[in-house]
Unconditional design. Structure first.
Length: 228
């Protein structure tokens, strides 16, 4: 009984510390996301090698609206829908492209009728946004690669970077840009960092430590009762 109690106690304490550290890490990410972008962002000429998520940036180039992706299984306010990924070619002549998430659009009610996402503006412009990772699926079964046929836009669910490049037949930056809500040519853009809020992790940590305390109380209570 003593050995089992010790093992469980150490496990509960360890799980609590793990959740607490996850909360601290998530707190740093959310703080970075909440930090306002500088008033005059310089135009980025290079998009490879930028470290950190949610880094604000300004890009100059043009959208390629003929080759867009619809990310399936994306919800907003409890409603099903899609997120629109549009290639953006940098105007420096390097051929660099990055996918821009232009926001969420509701499901039309018909799987064979994709929403209208036509973008008329393909001239050279400047856009502001934040660098982010591609959405990741919780389960591999929720994934569906985009088709490689000639039809556009392409429906996909939690694709990999390699699958998007194969469908587009162009090199893409490994991450995406979350289009700033103040920019035109977008849809619903209430961006939040992925995953649980830091407070949830702190709450789970306290729960695990609470289990450890309850375990000790039960152990000593039962043993003192036997002695008396």
């Amino acid at each position: 009984m003593t050995l089992l109690t010790l093992v469980l106690f150490l496990a509960f304490v360890g799980l609590g510390r793990w959740q607490w550290h996850r909360g601290a890490g998530k707190q740093a990410v959310w703080a970075e996301y909440a930090r306002p972008a500088p008033a005059n962002l310089p135009v980025r000429r290079e998009i490879d090698g930028i470290e950190g998520n949610f880094v604000p940036l300004m890009l100059e180039g043009h959208f390629e609206p003929a080759h867009q992706f619809l990310l399936d299984n994306m919800s907003h306010a409890g409603r099903p829908g899609y997120e629109v990924l549009t290639p953006f070619a940098l105007g420096d002549g390097s051929g660099q492209r990055i996918l821009v998430n232009r926001g969420w659009i509701p499901y039309t009610g018909y799987r064979d009728r994709l929403p209208e996402i036509t973008l008329a503006n393909d001239s050279t412009i400047r856009i502001a946004g934040r660098l982010a990772e591609l959405p990741a699926a919780g389960l591999a079964s929720g994934r569906a690669a985009p088709s490689t046929d000639a039809r556009w836009p392409k429906l996909t669910s939690f694709p990999t970077h390699a699958e998007l490049e194969a469908a587009l037949q162009r090199r893409l930056a490994p991450r995406i840009v979350l289009l700033d809500p103040r920019e035109p040519d977008g849809y619903v853009r209430e961006w939040t960092p992925p995953g649980l809020a830091p407070e949830r992790h702190y709450s789970y940590a306290i729960q695990w430590w609470g289990f450890a305390v309850v375990l000790l109380v039960l152990y000593f209570g039962l043993n003192f009762r036997k002695v008396s």
